[in-house]
Ligand binder design. Structure first.
Ligand SMILES: [Zn+2]
Length: 99
């Protein structure tokens, strides 16, 4: 999957930034609901960037819908979804977009 320039979550557009954030904070990504941005560490594998994007999307859903998920639950959902989507080559867009 290519990393998109933006994603729409709960009616809000989030710009996606490939940045340099992990060096001092032991983080792969972060979401700002204030600035509507998702920042993903650029210096890691593409596979890890994809996983981080899904993680931050789930963080946003958790926040917007006030699910109050435990972080370990959110992390488990992320890993499980990534595995199912990748191993089954699932694609949820329009079929003609994928040709
Ligand atoms: Zn998190």
């Amino acid at each position: 999957m290519r990393i998109p320039k933006s994603v729409k979550i709960g009616g809000f557009n989030y710009d996606i930034i490939l940045g340099d954030i992990a060096a001092n904070r032991d983080k792969y990504g972060e979401i700002s609901t204030l600035y509507s941005t998702i920042t993903i560490e650029k210096n890691m594998t593409h596979q890890k960037q994809e996983e981080t994007l899904l993680h931050e999307v789930l963080e946003s859903i958790d926040s917007h819908y006030e699910l109050d998920l435990k972080h370990s639950v959110l992390q488990t959902i992320c890993f499980a979804m990534i595995q199912v989507v990748r191993d089954n080559k699932l694609y949820f867009g329009q079929e003609d977009e994928n040709e």
